[in-house]
Write a new protein. Structure first.
Length: 445
């Protein structure tokens, strides 16, 4: 990845990071990477060693990850809000060293942390002499999956320089989307703006203060942003583009965002940890139809499910069978509708609710409920039923206190007017807190 450092060297005075209001230039990034490289050598960290790096977004954490990649290490980024506990993750991957950053992301401790775990994929990557990137996903069943990438291949996608932007990296740094976002920003000499936490207030303050142009986020965050109306309390006029992905976007949320940000381009993104993030183009700002693919990617639909073939695919899972077929196609488990070159993503196969043999997409029900007054957010999921297999349950967060009985009556009435009877929630539960995870993704449970 020397090409990346060469690009940084072309604009040494340019702001690479604004971390909690502290500006770090690309020249300083190069110096930190070199300094960390020296530190790795002093500790005796050798190419091929597995190194876990614990922390959140900061210039220093990013520089350490790049220093490890340049050293030929297998990098295991972990955040404090990881979907998988550190000990569970490292029990799967094994580990040679642990580097832990403090809460501010400035200082790091380096210690030997030997955990033995043999794996043929890791052995093959070591023999190639190439750096690795190891990420964890909770998986559709909740069982952690260790996803191994060739780090050089992940970075190579960004060799072509694009327009520099000021952006907030929204997804965690131990998530493929988080790594993809930060590489996309810095490879084009943009500016990464980080925040202490991803609350609506903090995000809006950062956009206003640092004139952020790009907000890559999730539908769950945008739903809560619209419900809070906090965007009206800040000057967000610098925004040029809002991208959203990782889960299905409710049409009602998209309509509200479009109305509140009429001059901003709204773009749906699509990607998976196993195959990478594809280039995408929404049919228009108010549409959930999206065209995905681009150089290095192919798509096809089999039995209404999207399959992807990628030049940037993972090397494999460390602890699960490959989900690629013999020709290199990956089953995304996403059900889609097709209209020419465009797809409309309906939801994961694993999220479908089977009610007496009829299939219910949670996002379809959520979309109706979100149009009602006093609804801040909703998560729809299935609950076992002795006769029907499952019934539809809606867990609802309200803006103002409301009785469960009144809420259920309103929701059932609205859903019955639009949806088939088997899609109407049989049960409505009042939520007592956010319905999304630390990764700003819907929690359906």
């Amino acid at each position: 990845m020397q090409w990346l450092l060469d690009r940084f060297a072309a604009e040494p005075a340019r702001a690479a990071f604004i971390h909690r209001d502290r500006e770090v230039s690309y020249g300083a990034v190069i110096d930190r990477i070199a300094g960390y490289g020296t530190r790795l050598a002093e500790h005796g960290i050798e190419p091929g060693d597995r190194v876990a790096v614990l922390g959140d977004y900061s210039p220093e954490m990013f520089c350490m990850i790049l220093a490890l990649a340049l050293n030929g290490n297998i990098v295991i980024p972990l955040s404090r809000d990881a979907v998988v506990e550190k000990d569970n993750a490292l029990g799967i991957s094994g580990c040679d060293w642990l580097i832990e950053f403090d809460e501010a992301g400035l200082d790091a401790s380096v210690e030997r942390h030997a955990i033995v775990a043999e794996n043929a994929l890791l052995d093959g990557l070591r023999e190639s002499g190439r750096p690795g990137l190891l990420l964890f996903s909770s998986g559709s069943t909740g069982k952690p999956k260790a996803i191994l990438h060739d780090f050089e291949r992940v970075a190579d996608k960004f060799c072509k320089q694009r327009i520099a932007v000021i952006a907030i990296p929204f997804l965690m740094i131990d998530h493929f989307g988080g790594i993809n976002t930060i590489l996309a920003i810095v490879s084009s000499l943009g500016t990464v703006v980080t925040v202490a936490n991803r609350s609506i207030d903090n995000i809006c303050q950062a956009i206003e203060k640092h004139r952020v142009e790009l907000l890559p986020t999730t539908p769950s965050f945008l739903t809560m942003l619209m419900a809070s109306n906090l965007h009206r309390s800040y000057d967000l006029s610098s925004l040029k583009r809002i991208t959203y992905g990782t889960e299905v976007m409710p049409q009602s949320t998209l309509d509200r965002v479009r109305a509140e940000f009429p001059g901003v381009t709204l773009q749906q993104t699509y990607g998976l940890s196993e195959v990478g993030v594809m280039r995408s183009q929404s049919r228009d700002d108010g549409s959930l139809w999206v065209r995905v693919g681009g150089e290095g990617f192919k798509t096809k639909v089999v039995d209404d499910v999207l399959w992807v073939k990628s030049d940037y695919a993972m090397l494999g899972y460390l602890n699960a069978p490959s989900e690629f077929d013999e020709d290199g196609w990956f089953n995304t488990q996403d059900r889609v509708e097709v209209e020419g070159e465009y797809f409309r993503i309906l939801g994961r196969v694993t999220d479908l609710i089977n009610v007496g043999g009829q299939k219910v997409y949670p996002a379809e029900v959520e979309d109706v409920i979100l149009t009602l007054d006093n609804i801040s957010d909703v998560a729809v999921f299935g609950e076992p039923h002795p006769l029907l297999g499952n019934v539809v349950v809606a867990k609802v967060l309200t803006g103002e206190p409301e009785s469960a009985a009144d809420l259920k009556r309103r929701i059932r009435s609205a859903c019955s007017a639009i949806l088939a009877n088997y899609k109407v929630p049989a049960k409505v539960v009042l939520a007592d807190g956010p319905l999304y995870t630390a990764r700003q993704k819907k929690r359906r449970a």
